[in-house]
Design a protein around this ligand. Structure first.
Ligand code: BGC
Length: 347
């Protein structure tokens, strides 16, 4: 087991970015950047112990800076997914936050946590603790927020622990935006991967992918992934929800509480399996619908639609504007805490 650090370029203002590598002999290797807390690569063995990087990303910092609207591997905050109109009301006060996507606030605004330099502290030889302070009114959000995210390399997986406290009432929704391709980054489409999402319900979206507020059953729709289904099997289904998003870009509502499995992704060719566990109430399935061939990834191949899937564990999108959704309010004196685990196996 080892944890090492090396330079990974500098931001336009000259600030150096560091890449930390967490590695287990004969097991996984995880590379994380202090910029955005980005998972830059994650090497996972297959059934024959052949190791491949299973996350999309870039070989240099420049790649991340140019592809900033696709959130490759980054830590997303303060508020993952969309806030309609960039507005919400909290304790009878209305707030206007940064509008960066079709009239709404996406993934925390223009300079969200995925575009910030995090402070990194290795803890032992298999944990990396990242922290940042988000100022009061950062991207318009109220309350000075202290955020800590720990990546822990497990025997055959990665655990991500998110913690936050605030100095004034605010809203919070944190996730990681890694795109997975279990056949290997840059190997083409994941349409042949199979997927299970352990959810009976989802939050349908209307115009500009804003949740309508309804919690609908997946049964009878192409979004029903309770049984193993090829990722590509329904991508071209003319269901209005799939047309609206140009593929999967939907939040599933998870039953129960506490750590439970929410998704299982399998690459039949390599036998690699990823199971995602979370204590969050939702998971966003995003089939990389806006990857259009304009970004050249780590191994030198351009990324196109469907070359990876993101499984973003989160609170329900636009929650502050839907009182019936589980609350995303964080108050002073309270700790926001959540955990997501990516567990890898082979078939
Ligand atoms: C969202 C998409 C968005 C994408 C950007 C996803 O989490 O659900 O709507 O286009 O992030 O990479």
């Amino acid at each position: 087991m080892s944890l090492t650090a090396e330079p990974f370029g500098a931001l336009p203002d000259g600030s150096p970015v560091i890449r930390h590598t967490l590695s287990r002999t004969g097991g996984l290797t995880l590379r994380v950047l202090t910029y955005g807390g980005i998972v830059q690569s994650l090497e996972v063995p297959d059934a024959r112990a052949r190791v491949t990087n299973v996350v999309l990303g870039f070989a240099s910092l420049d790649g991340y800076l140019k592809a900033s609207d696709a959130y490759f591997g980054g830590l997303v905050g303060r508020f993952a997914d969309r806030l309609a109109g960039g507005r919400f009301t909290l304790d009878d006060k209305s707030y206007a936050v940064d509008v960066n996507a079709a009239g709404s606030c996406l993934h925390g605004g223009t300079t969200g946590f995925d575009k910030r330099l995090w402070r990194a502290e290795p803890s032992g030889d298999h944990e990396l603790r990242l922290s940042l302070i988000s100022a009061d009114r950062d991207q318009g959000f109220p309350g000075r927020l202290h955020v800590e995210v720990t990546y822990c390399l497990l025997e055959s997986g990665v655990r991500i622990d998110y913690k936050a406290t605030t100095e004034a009432p605010t809203v919070i929704n944190l996730t990681n935006h890694s795109y997975f391709n279990l056949a290997g980054e840059g190997s083409g489409s994941v349409e042949n991967h199979t997927l299970v999402i352990d959810a009976d319900e989802y939050t349908p979206v209307g115009r500009d992918l804003i949740p309508t507020g309804e919690i609908a059953l997946v049964a009878g729709t192409p979004l029903d992934l309770r049984r193993e289904t090829a990722v590509g099997a329904r991508l071209r289904d003319p269901h209005p929800q799939l047309l609206a998003a140009r593929g999967y870009d939907h939040n599933y509502v998870l039953q129960g509480t506490g750590m439970r499995r929410c998704a299982r992704l399998t690459d039949p060719a390599s036998g690699r399996v990823l199971e995602v566990f979370t204590d969050q109430p939702g998971v966003q399935l995003y089939s990389g619908n806006s990857l259009d061939g304009s970004h050249v990834g780590t191994g030198g191949h351009a990324y196109r639609q469907g070359d990876g899937v993101a499984l973003e564990t989160q609170h329900l999108p636009d929650s502050p504007n839907h009182p019936a959704f589980p609350s995303t309010v964080l108050r002073p004196g309270k700790l926001f805490s959540s955990t997501t685990t990516w567990q890898f196996n082979t078939n």
